[in-house]
Design a protein around this ligand. Structure first.
Ligand code: ACO
Length: 332
């Protein structure tokens, strides 16, 4: 085990998630763009997604997930002293979604902020929060991945609108007595590839205007093929680095929880790492790509369906805009 992660031991002591009730099915999408259920299932594995209505915000989903994670951990909101929200779809540019969650769950003692690492936001958040607990300035962290991606999805672009869904997941991080907790966190990025996956409008480069709306700059733009190739290689490499850190092999991992972007990306990454199908968690068929929320939603569902039990070794990995990617290996 990498020495710097051995002491103190920091682990996930609670997990929770939330997703809107409304569904967007492939049949619905067939009525919106020129696509088919067969094409979507073959290329992505996605059948349906949860979709936020006009009144539902990212912070609402995040707050519900956070309260469920706190309940699972048996921790009072007043004991939380750090909130980190990974999101690419904040309620607004400021205040941060972290501060809105703090207000809504009554975590009055917490320092709260957002972290921009797109789909890798939850993994980046775990890395940052574990580091802050390790350095002794914080004790109890809520790490949240929350998105309403369908609000920045261009429903006139068939190459992207079939991919995304909405939801949130949260984890409570604390020092742990039993088990080894987090044994490795690794994060990386390559800003030279940023143009492959971006939402160009709304910031200082293209401040909102009638022209930016007319040019559809407030929607996700993606070069799908290039994202696909980079995602598989980067995710496989960084899981291997994490396993090496911890002195583990793929055989020591009980559950592999990859970012739920696309079934083919998941299968190709698992194959490179030699994880057998039964160790690979997949729910992309029912949620689509929920970006930063996908891993905590998957971990929560794995727990609730008995695929994950205390003491299991988990390898989680994500890849997203930036490009950013990262892995976390932990004993649950
Ligand atoms: N329905 C029907 N046809 C479609 C659709 C659709 N929804 N979308 C694209 N096509 C067509 C294209 O127009 C193209 O037609 P052409 O050959 O006549 O030009 C054909 O299908 C093939 O298009 P490709 O883009 O080459 O299809 P590909 O096999 O690469 O699949 C996909 C596209 C699914 C987007 C794939 O590239 C992919 O999954 N990439 C990764 C995307 C992703 O997961 N991004 C997010 C990861 S990071 C994050 O989570 C933010």
């Amino acid at each position: 085990m990498a020495k710097y992660l051995a002491d103190p031991k920091i682990g996930i002591v609670g997990i929770g998630s939330d997703a809107p009730e409304e569904l967007l099915t492939n049949a619905d999408l067939e009525r919106i763009v020129d696509t088919s259920d067969q094409w979507i299932v073959e290329r992505t594995g996605i059948r349906t997604r949860r979709i936020a209505n006009s009144k539902t915000t990212t912070s609402m989903l995040a707050s519900r997930a956070a309260l469920r994670a706190l309940e699972d951990a048996g921790v009072d909101p007043g004991d939380v002293d750090l909130i980190v929200v990974g999101t690419a779809t904040p309620d607004m540019l400021f205040p941060s979604t972290g501060c809105l969650v703090q207000r809504d769950i009554g975590a009055t003692r917490a320092a709260a902020f957002d972290l921009a690492a797109a789909c890798t936001g939850f993994i980046y958040g775990l890395n940052v929060a574990a580091g802050m607990i390790r350095n002794g300035t914080h004790d109890t962290a809520l790490v949240i991945g929350a998105e309403t991606l369908t609000k920045i999805t261009d429903f006139e672009d068939r190459s992207t609108c079939v991919l995304f869904g909405d939801g949130a997941g949260a984890a409570v991080l604390r020092r742990v007595e039993n088990g080894s907790g987090i044994v490795s966190t690794r994060i990386k990025s390559d800003g030279t590839l940023g143009e492959m996956l971006m939402m160009p409008g709304g910031g200082s480069l293209h401040p909102p205007s009638h022209a930016t709306v007319d040019a559809r700059l407030h929607y996700i733009k993606m070069s799908g093929n290039n994202v696909f190739k980079s995602a598989v290689k980067s995710m496989a490499d960084i899981v291997q680095t994490g396993l090496d850190d911890a002195g583990l092999t793929a055989a020591d991992v009980d559950l592999f929880v990859p970012h739920q972007a696309n079934a083919r990306i998941i299968e190709a990454t698992a194959k490179k790492l030699a994880f057998p199908t039964e160790k690979v968690f997949m729910n992309v068929d029912r949620y689509g790509n929920t970006s930063a929320a996908s891993i905590p939603i998957a971990i929560d569902e794995a727990r609730q369906t008995g695929r994950l039990e205390r003491g299991d070794m988990v390898a989680a990995v994500a890849f997203g805009a930036g490009f950013t990617w990262g892995s976390v290996i932990f004993e649950y």
